[in-house]
Design a binder for this molecule. Sequence first.
Ligand SMILES: C[S@@+](CC[C@H](N)C(=O)[O-])C[C@H]1O[C@@H](n2cnc3c(N)ncnc32)[C@H](O)[C@@H]1O
Length: 232
Amino acid sequence: MNSLPDHDLDKSTVTKAYARWAPVYDLVFGAVFERGRHAAIAAAERIGGRILEVGVGTGISLPHYSRSCRLCGIDISAPMLRKAQERVTELKLTHVEGLWVMDAEHLSFPDGSFDVVVAQYVITTVPNPEATLDEFARVLKPGGEIVLVSRVGAEAGLRRSLEHWFQPAARKLGWRTEFSFVRYARWAANASGMRLIERRAMPPFGHFNLIRFGKDGGASRIIESMPMRAAG
Ligand SMILES: C[S@@+](CC[C@H](N)C(=O)[O-])C[C@H]1O[C@@H](n2cnc3c(N)ncnc32)[C@H](O)[C@@H]1O
């Protein structure tokens, strides 16, 4: 496995990092992650209904969801979430049901609460990615989907070496550079009732992937005919 042990990233480091990012986050990461966000929203809207956005941050993606969806957002960073709340108020985003400071690994929603769980650029920032994905699966309704846009580390070569070298600095900024796709595939293989539906390369440079997991049961089986695409 290419990943570092789980203790490489702790919640207090991440919380402090995002308190620093909050005032400038949209400026730095707005445009660069835009295509990934739009792809995730399009995937989520194919299911629709009640959607949980985990690590909603400054709420940058909220205005782009159709008003027919009902959105809930959670984030561990209160300063990031304050920006999201300002956005909801300013733009009168009435399709946003609520925003809560909450840890992705310990969601306070009952089982089967959501049709879709979306997490954009979040999974590589949590200390226990697999436990966090378990929690996403728990709050998902049967037939629902987990939609991730996430960094996928290189398996070998120069990029792999650079990612390894940059990891200590990245940790201080609040994320991991090393994170193999094997971790996602292995999680899906071991998680009861969950399966990998799609993996698609996303810009910048294909270093990110759109990853969809489906939960068995329910009506959304109809859209499973979408082919699984490997990252280029
Ligand atoms: C890279 S930002 C992504 C923000 C937003 N999703 C976007 O598309 O730009 C990662 C977000 O995940 C949040 N986050 C990190 N760890 C978390 C956790 N354990 N629980 C909830 N949110 C977390 C951070 O506070 C931050 O807002």
